[in-house]
Ligand binder design. Structure first.
Ligand SMILES: C[S@@+](CC[C@H](N)C(=O)[O-])C[C@H]1O[C@@H](n2cnc3c(N)ncnc32)[C@H](O)[C@@H]1O
Length: 217
């Protein structure tokens, strides 16, 4: 349970009443813990994975983008929600972590739907054409660069398209005036920028570590 600001009993109840991940995602979570140790905390939570599949499907997304793939959990969830004929373009700097993702894309039978671009996402996103427009994008990489990813994606987003930004609550610390961590300051600045953006409407959801849904007008 990633939502650390929730009462643990409520968190367990919530998980018990959400569609569970399948054995492929469970195996990926176990292998990620074995191979990456503490870095495994970066992986999205099972309830968030179910949400990503559902929202991708509800949007009818055909052209989806992920910034921050790690070992592949969220990319499998996004790919599973794509409309027929759709595709997902993934951006990450790590060959090592995404090699695990590639293995699990094969197991999940979504490898043919995913195009992985290795390198700093702020540079590689510039190569993404404006057409076809992006229907849905998930941002889950280095927090300082969220505003850059947001602008690059907004330029490529279809009217009515969605950006989902992860970790926008930082364990609730964004709302704690005593918290002065660098990533918390970055996330407060990003959240303020999103709220002030008149091109969009947004909703901050208290799922996992905070997930903001931003819809372009
Ligand atoms: C929080 S993890 C992503 C977790 C993933 N969404 C999942 O469900 O497992 C963040 C990822 O962002 C990647 N990353 C960090 N800085 C980056 C950059 N400048 N460009 C592209 N990817 C970056 C890291 O290599 C890491 O895999």
């Amino acid at each position: 349970m990633k939502a650390t600001y929730l009462d643990p009993a409520v968190g367990q109840y919530l998980l018990a009443h959400t569609t569970l991940p399948d054995e492929i995602l469970d195996a990926l979570a176990v292998e990620t813990r074995e191979l990456t140790g503490d870095d495994a905390r970066m992986q999205i939570s099972p309830d968030q994975g179910s949400f990503l599949t559902m929202i991708t499907r509800l949007c009818g997304a055909r052209n989806a983008v992920e910034v921050g793939t790690f070992t592949g959990y969220s990319s499998i969830c996004l790919a599973r929600g794509l409309a027929p004929g759709g595709g997902l373009t993934c951006f990450d700097v790590s060959e090592e972590w995404t090699a695990i993702a590639r293995r699990y894309w094969e197991k999940a039978q979504v490898a043919d739907l995913i195009d992985l671009r290795i390198g700093p996402a702020a540079e590689r996103l510039l190569e993404l054409p404006q057409h076809p427009a992006v229907d849905l994008a998930f941002i889950d990489a280095d927090k300082a660069a969220y505003p850059v990813y947001y602008e690059l994606l907004m330029e490529r987003l279809a009217p009515g398209g969605l950006i989902l930004a992860d970790n926008t609550l930082r364990g609730g610390r964004v709302a704690d005036p005593a918290s002065d961590e660098e990533t918390v300051r970055h996330m407060r600045a990003f959240n303020d920028m999103v709220t002030a953006d008149e091109r969009t409407t947004s909703v901050m959801l208290p799922i996992a570590d905070g997930l903001t849904m931003i819809r372009k007008h």
